[in-house]
Design a protein around this ligand. Structure first.
Ligand SMILES: [Zn+2]
Length: 199
């Protein structure tokens, strides 16, 4: 271990001590499933595949809280997909926060920007916190935070007693900015690191 590693570990332990008691369990849920993969971006990568790969890169860079990836089963019934995933989250135990990862799609490929969906008051707070980071780090339009009271996103947001949000950091026709070597990928990763630090 180098001296830098040792210093890094010592700082990490101090940080843990200082904020002990507020460590959260955070479920990172992949939107769609391995069979019905959601929208496909301009680089040909589906929502499902993009987010599987993105979270694998992101998670090792996150600290402090407990993170776990969840995904929906590859069955056709949306309600049953959500039921099964949320049952797994419940079995994980005392989850504090659940986030479902997507990206957006529109007929008009000029449309771009980031938005976050929520349902509950707690979800709204989370959405605001992340939107603040996105406004700072991402160059795309702020499409704001939106309360979702029906439709597919609602099926995710209404389940569980934890706070939850659905994240849509970009539109499919702007995926090139967020793939590896895309000019916004680092910014998106950095925004999540800062967001999780503030929870
Ligand atoms: Zn989606």
């Amino acid at each position: 271990m180098t001296l830098y590693d040792e210093i890094g570990n010592a700082i990490g332990e101090l940080t843990d001590l200082r904020s002990s008691g507020s460590k959260k369990k955070i479920a990172l849920c992949i939107g769609h499933n391995s069979k019905a993969q959601g929208a496909v971006g301009d680089e040909g990568i589906s929502e499902y595949n993009f987010n599987v790969e993105f979270l694998q890169e992101l998670i090792p860079q996150l600290s402090y809280h407990n993170y776990k990836i969840f995904e929906r089963p590859a069955i056709s019934n949306y309600t049953e997909q959500q039921n099964q995933m949320h049952t797994e989250i419940a079995e994980w135990g005392s989850c504090d926060i659940a986030i479902e990862f997507h990206f957006n799609a529109a007929e008009n490929d000029q449309v771009h920007g980031h938005e976050i969906l929520y349902l509950s008051k707690g979800g709204k707070k989370l959405a605001k916190l992340l939107d603040t980071e996105w406004d700072q780090y991402l160059t795309s339009n702020d499409r704001g935070i939106k309360q979702r009271e029906s439709g597919n996103g609602y099926g995710f947001l209404k389940r569980g007693s934890y706070k939850s949000i659905i994240v849509e950091p970009f539109f499919a026709s702007h995926q090139h900015n967020f793939i590896k070597n895309g000019d916004q990928r680092e910014a998106l990763i950095r925004s999540y690191i800062e967001f999780f630090k503030k929870l």
